[in-house]
Design a protein. Structure first.
Length: 245
């Protein structure tokens, strides 16, 4: 099995878990419930896949579950109950046969506001605008510029302090993949590049701060945030989204 085929398997496991979790985001559930659902799914369906986040730089859980103004890296807790209308971002990764899959989705618990629905729509669309630019012969920041221009044209902001990344046998590899930048800059994209593109978009300022847990990034102005992520492999035949179902 080739490296890309293995990464595709790893990515598909992540996609299946996130798809499973999306139906579990309901008012009354806790973020720890989601953690347990993810681990139970792996144990039952993919026992050879290892959660990639748990223990990474001391991170204590398999999932990141971030709610409303939490941008990323929210730590699951049995005390954190999901309420109707909450914007819930779930980030998940696994190691499978030595390679990492990493992806994120954002869903609304119960009934969301039109404003929240619009934020999610634009964030997800911006991810695919970025992916369109991930092709041989382009520059890395063509991806960044596409995300930024799409988001800002619709009145939202892209977080600057947190970025996408290279991915492979380690979760965070070079190069960094920012969600803002100037077209035609950054490294030249060549076949074999494997990266995670992950727009983090807010309804207000792009400034973030970190909570006392040392992990959770929140918007400084309390505005809602959304997060979508796919891992990609660029080949001479085209770009493969590794974390699609």
């Amino acid at each position: 099995m080739s490296e890309i085929e293995t990464m595709r398997k790893s990515g598909r496991i992540v996609a299946l878990v996130l798809d499973h979790l999306s139906s579990k985001v309901k008012p009354g559930a806790t973020t720890w419930d989601l953690e347990m659902y993810a681990l139970d799914y792996l144990k039952t369906h993919e026992p050879h896949a290892i959660p990639a986040f748990k223990g990474y730089m001391g991170y204590p859980a398999a999932l990141c579950v971030s709610i409303n103004d939490e941008v990323v890296h929210g730590i699951p807790s049995p005390k954190r109950k999901i309420e109707n209308g909450d914007v819930v971002s779930i980030d998940f990764g696994v190691f499978y046969n030595g390679y990492v899959g990493d992806s994120a989705i954002t869903v609304i618990a119960g009934t969301g506001t039109p404003e929240a629905e619009s934020l999610l729509k634009v964030t997800k669309e911006s991810l695919f605008e970025g992916i369109k630019q991930a092709k041989v012969g382009n520059h890395l920041h063509d991806i960044s510029a596409a995300v930024q221009s799409y988001v800002e044209a619709r009145g939202y902001s892209v977080v600057r302090e947190l970025v996408g990344h290279g991915i492979g046998q380690s979760m965070h590899e070079a190069p960094q993949v920012p969600n803002f930048g100037e077209k035609g800059t950054g490294i030249l994209i060549k076949p074999g590049l494997t990266i995670a593109v992950e727009p983090m978009v807010t309804m207000g300022s792009y400034d973030v701060t970190f909570l006392n847990d040392g992990w959770t990034a929140v918007t400084t102005d309390g505005s809602l945030a959304a997060h979508f992520e796919h891992s990609l492999a660029v080949t001479s035949q085209g770009t493969i989204i590794l974390t699609e179902l």
